[in-house]
Design a protein around this ligand. Structure first.
Ligand SMILES: [Zn+2]
Length: 310
């Protein structure tokens, strides 16, 4: 069954955040020993080479999400454009990493879950400004080609800060013909994205460019994210997609990657899984068609959402 048909039956349960969980388990480099991570200027590592260096660790986390009830597993291809991998020292392995990540996810999913290719921003726009948008588009187009060749069922475009870069990514996704879920990340506040568009505007634009579900991921927990999702729901004619993080933010800073606790002190702002039970309970009435977790969500959080959905 494809994602669109699955969503017609009710909210589709995705999975949780891979990179933070695998960083906690010792398989992903946060970059924090070398640089200040989370500045929004494109620093920070959190790249997906674990797919080729420690495949068993990634395989195990996929299994845990599947066991928790995930109907769709995301291949760990987040930050897997050649641009980001180049700066992490893995550019030459761009093809290998993307192919390996999809293969692992498909192996675990079998016929029990769909497999998505995850595509995020390049970080070029943060570092070099809007003039680099063309280059960013080329890198994203390349990664989408790799994911399509590897056989993903659909794409999740996620953690984009600029709507302009999301638009470029959605055009590349449309050219691939793959169904696409599109989620922006809002920081430091949920009122607008980095290039100044409201959640409602982002939702309309993403739906117009062909996304089958539009919403937000990362940066804030479910309760903080909900008002922005409601604005998106009211503005777009497609289901909402939501992948909140499991971290407590403040009224002044509604994004955990901008807090001093990121990335080495996140345990002190961890939200409990009970907030995710409640989020799952509300999903249907809030028009959420695709629901999962982002950073800080291990399998316990996905089980909590599953409990709420029941
Ligand atoms: Zn995240």
């Amino acid at each position: 069954m494809n994602l669109l048909d699955l969503m017609k039956q009710g909210p589709v349960l995705g999975d949780g955040g891979y990179l933070i969980e695998l960083e906690r388990r010792g398989y992903v480099d946060s970059g924090s020993r070398r640089e200040k991570v989370g500045t929004g200027r494109g620093s920070g590592q959190f790249t997906p080479e674990v797919a080729i260096e420690n495949p068993d660790a990634l395989r195990e986390l996929h299994r845990e999400f599947l066991r928790a009830g995930s109907q769709a597993l995301q291949a760990l291809t987040f930050f897997g454009t050649r641009e980001k991998l180049n700066r992490a020292g893995y550019g030459a392995q761009t093809e290998t990493i993307n192919a390996a990540a999809v293969k692992l996810a498909k192996e675990v999913a079998g016929d029990r879950a769909l497999v998505a290719g995850s595509v995020s921003r390049t970080q070029l726009v943060e570092r070099e400004g809007m003039e680099s948008l063309g280059k960013a588009r080329d890198h994203i187009a390349e990664q989408i080609r790799l994911l399509k060749d590897a056989g993903v069922d659909f794409l999740v475009l996620e953690t984009f800060f600029h709507l302009a870069e999301m638009k470029a990514a959605l055009e590349c996704a449309a050219a691939s013909g793959l169904p696409t879920v599109a989620t922006m990340s809002f920081r430091p506040l949920i009122t607008s994205c980095t290039d100044g568009h409201s959640p409602a505007e982002c939702a309309r634009v993403m739906a117009d460019l062909g996304a089958i579900a539009v919403g937000a991921n990362c940066e804030q927990g479910p309760a903080v994210m909900l008002p922005l999702l409601q604005q998106m729901r009211n503005a777009a004619k497609v289901p909402v997609a939501a992948q909140p993080s499991a971290f407590r933010t403040t009224a002044e800073c509604q994004s955990f990657t901008r807090l001093a606790q990121f990335p080495d002190d996140l345990e002190t702002i961890q939200l409990s899984r009970t907030e995710f039970v409640d989020f799952g309970r509300r999903a249907r009435t809030e028009g959420i068609g695709y629901i999962g977790g982002c950073c800080g969500c291990n399998a316990a959080y996905i089980r909590a959402i599953a409990d709420g959905l029941e």
